[in-house]
Write a protein that binds this ligand. Structure first.
Ligand SMILES: *[C@@H]1O[C@H](CO)[C@@H](O)[C@H](O)[C@H]1NC(C)=O
Ligand SMILES: *[C@@H]1O[C@H](CO)[C@@H](O)[C@H](O)[C@H]1NC(C)=O
Ligand SMILES: *[C@@H]1O[C@H](CO)[C@@H](O)[C@H](O)[C@H]1NC(C)=O
Ligand SMILES: *[C@@H]1O[C@H](CO)[C@@H](O)[C@H](O)[C@H]1NC(C)=O
Ligand SMILES: *[C@@H]1O[C@H](CO)[C@@H](O)[C@H](O)[C@H]1NC(C)=O
Ligand SMILES: *[C@@H]1O[C@H](CO)[C@@H](O)[C@H](O)[C@H]1NC(C)=O
Length: 645
């Protein structure tokens, strides 16, 4: 008998969530052919929350999932990042790949923990995931392929998707509900209606590959309801909706598109993310609570995006480009914190939105099953500040990198390194030695730089600093087309010129030719093209960083780009902390060889979450790569600090 949720009496049960739905054995997975979902023939409302395993240290997965369950949710949702799991074409990493991010990639362990913590799971395996993540989850080596057309049935693109799904889907298939696992639903692609592609045969191909590789649970798509069925195939997928306001109108639209089928909000945005140079977004608990209640009351199923945002560790942040062009004409990098102002903050601590969620689910969830006790809050420490007493200039850093030689400047993806997969992340350095540079000669970089640059002459920085948000519109960034810089007021011979370009994170939606470095044109000195470049990939892989020698005592008036190093000594078991980079200008922080993330004085955030599992008892090496002007210490706090310049 299908009753609306609100009219059901609470079932006082000592059963777990999993027992409630499976005590009579498993006969069928989730169905969507009635006005509400049924799982194994029992009516279910899916109360889900997004937690991305690749944004949370593995040691914390159980803690975050238990907290999610303790709030009364019955399902966890995660995306799957193709770029991390297939870092080189045909080479897969599910936790033991020996890459810096490997420990975040034990997908099977994450799903096993979800089941142990009494949660169902929703998998959003893309291949495109957006997620404010580097290139929307696409591997950068795809950019090496000629004429590839992303997110379409283009055969070049589909060959790589098929290769990936043939590896991924059999793993996921083992964790399906009807195989005794937690996964009840798969989302195909992601907000396909706004891709501008409208190649629905592509959507069918994705479905077919999934089914051919063992996927048997319910398949859905997700788009803003206003897009109607533009990005989906109603016969093959249930459409779910993404939105954060006006739930009734949005859900009504879904009902109209799919009468007599369940309504579900796949992304109910609990908060939002921040761009460098932008304002700190802040969606209040009142707004969150009001809209969440409207969804529960409707009644509809709902996934809170994010329930726990986590962190864009390393170089893994995405970026926005509202012009949706491949030229990089309106590029905005997203910050490393993916806190998202979600119910659990970046440290896994409780916020008002957590308690609001718990209260509302107690009120509206008709199925009462056992819940764990709410776990304690995490311990945090503000460690004593660390003096960075050693330094290494670019010149010494480059000594331990094997360069690539090229007649013209080329983007990092096209470097013939990493077994033919190019450079994915970090910085790229274009060098010319033995140059004659007349006084007041102008360096011209044709097209746009991707994404910002530092120019050095004989090791001295001569380009402007990217310090304040207003500098985002000045020479040194992709906002300026055909940059020009005067190199020196002296006549120089046998000079060395270096152009250091930062890949500040690839646009995560709407642009697909996301090459990084210099590639839109040539580089000229007083109108003459410069040829025969020595190019250094500056990837900051931990093995390289940990192997650096040649450290010198830091000068008090040092200017970057340079590395600065110090030691954080911890005499007890490490705790979570935040690295406070105020008074530094722009760069990255590296802890024990692992790239923690980016900082920039412009804000809106001045801190980087440093979780305890990245620290050890004893000495920890803190290295900062600063583009411009360093401070002498790195400080630590117990909370994020938001400030803009
Ligand atoms: C799609 O893939 C084929 C390879 O089969 C390629 O030749 C073609 O140019 C690709 N790109 C487009 C835009 O169709
Ligand atoms: C968000 O805004 C509310 C009210 O405007 C304020 O109390 C709260 O401190 C803000 N939170 C953050 C993280 O800025
Ligand atoms: C650079 O060399 C030119 C040509 O020899 C000379 O005219 C000019 O004065 C020199 N400029 C400086 C700043 O030395
Ligand atoms: C940080 O910078 C501000 C302004 O640039 C300066 O007044 C202050 O002394 C600096 N603090 C430290 C600890 O260096
Ligand atoms: C830890 O670092 C301190 C200060 O840099 C140094 O004096 C000490 O010898 C180091 N200890 C170990 C075990 O390496
Ligand atoms: C960082 O710590 C040092 C030493 O404790 C202190 O002097 C300085 O003011 C702190 N800097 C900031 C920006 O808080």
């Amino acid at each position: 008998m299908a009753l609306a949720a609100a009219s059901l009496l609470p079932i006082l049960s000592t059963l777990t969530n999993y027992e409630y739905y499976t005590s009579a054995g498993i006969n069928s997975g989730l169905t969507a052919d009635k006005p509400n979902f049924y799982l194994n023939d029992k009516e279910i409302f899916i109360y889900s929350g997004a937690v991305h395993y690749f944004r949370v240290p593995r040691q914390y997965w159980r803690d975050r999932l238990r907290k999610l369950r303790a709030a009364g949710l019955n399902t966890v949702e995660t995306y799957i990042p193709w770029n991390l799991h297939e870092p080189k074409s045909g080479v897969y990493d599910f936790g033991d790949g020996g890459n810096d991010m490997s420990d975040f990639l034990h997908l099977e362990e994450f799903l096993q923990i979800a089941k142990e913590e009494d949660l169902f799971a929703i998998i959003r395996s893309g291949p495109f995931i957006c997620a404010e993540f580097e290139f929307g989850g696409f591997p950068s080596w795809l950019l090496r392929k000629e004429n590839i057309e992303f997110r379409t049935s283009n055969s070049t693109y589909m060959n790589y998707v098929t290769g990936w799904f043939r590896v991924l889907m059999p793993i996921l298939a083992r964790f399906q509900f009807t195989n005794g696992g937690p996964v009840i639903m798969f989302q195909v692609e992601n907000e396909y209606a706004v891709s501008g592609k409208h190649d629905l045969s592509y959507m069918k191909m994705l479905r077919d590959i999934m089914i051919d590789n063992g996927i048997q649970e319910l398949l859905v798509t997700a788009d803003n309801p206003i897009r109607k069925t533009y990005g989906t195939l109603p016969d093959l997928f249930l459409m779910t909706g993404n939105f954060d306001e006006d739930p009734k109108a949005q859900l009504d639209m879904l009902k109209e598109i799919q009468p007599n089928r369940p309504t579900m909000t796949m992304e109910f945005w609990s908060g939002w993310f921040d761009f460098w140079g932008g304002i700190h977004n802040n969606k209040t608990v009142d707004v969150f609570k009001y809209n969440y209640e409207q969804i529960l009351k409707y009644p509809a199923s709902v996934n809170i995006y994010m329930f726990h945002g986590g962190t864009n560790f390393g170089f893994l942040n995405g970026a926005g480009n509202l012009n949706y062009d491949d030229e990089n004409s309106d590029y905005h990098s997203i910050v490393s914190s993916y806190e998202y102002i979600s119910p659990l903050d970046e440290t896994g601590d409780y916020t008002d939105k957590y308690w609001a969620t718990k209260d509302l689910l107690e009120k509206y969830n008709p199925i009462k099953t056992q819940l764990p006790e709410v776990p304690p809050s995490p311990l945090k420490t503000a460690y004593a500040s660390v003096k960075l007493e050693q330094e290494m200039f670019l010149f010494d850093m480059l000594k331990s990198i094997t360069p690539v030689y090229s007649a013209n400047v080329i983007p990092m993806e096209k470097l013939d390194i990493n077994d033919g997969n190019g450079q994915s992340f970090g910085y790229i350095v274009y060098q010319k030695t033995g140059l004659t540079i007349p006084a007041n000669a102008v360096l011209q970089i044709e097209g746009r730089v991707c994404d910002n640059f530092m120019v050095l002459v004989n090791g001295i920085l001569v380009s402007p600093w990217l310090e304040r948000s207003k500098d985002l519109h000045k020479v040194g960034t992709s906002m300026v087309k055909n940059s020009e810089i005067i190199l020196s007021d002296k006549n120089l011979t046998e000079a060395t010129l270096e152009i250091v370009v930062e890949n500040w994170g690839r646009v995560n939606v709407g642009a697909y030719k996301q090459l990084k470095g210099l590639w839109q044109g040539g580089v000229k000195l007083d109108g003459e093209y410069l040829y025969d470049w020595t190019i250094y990939p500056l990837e900051f892989k931990s093995a390289w960083t940990n192997g650096l020698s040649n450290w010198k005592n830091a000068l008090s008036d040092s200017i970057g780009p340079a590395l600065y190093k110090g030691t954080l000594t911890i005499n007890e078991s490490p705790q979570d902390t935040f690295v406070y980079m105020k008074n530094w200008t722009k760069g990255i922080v590296i802890v024990n060889g692992f790239v923690l993330g980016r900082y920039a004085r412009m804000g809106p955030i001045q801190t980087l979450y440093l979780p305890a599992p990245l620290l050890v008892e004893g000495n920890n090496t803190i290295i900062v790569f600063e583009h411009f002007k360093p401070a002498s210490t790195v400080n630590f706090t117990r909370n994020h600090i938001y400030e803009s310049f």
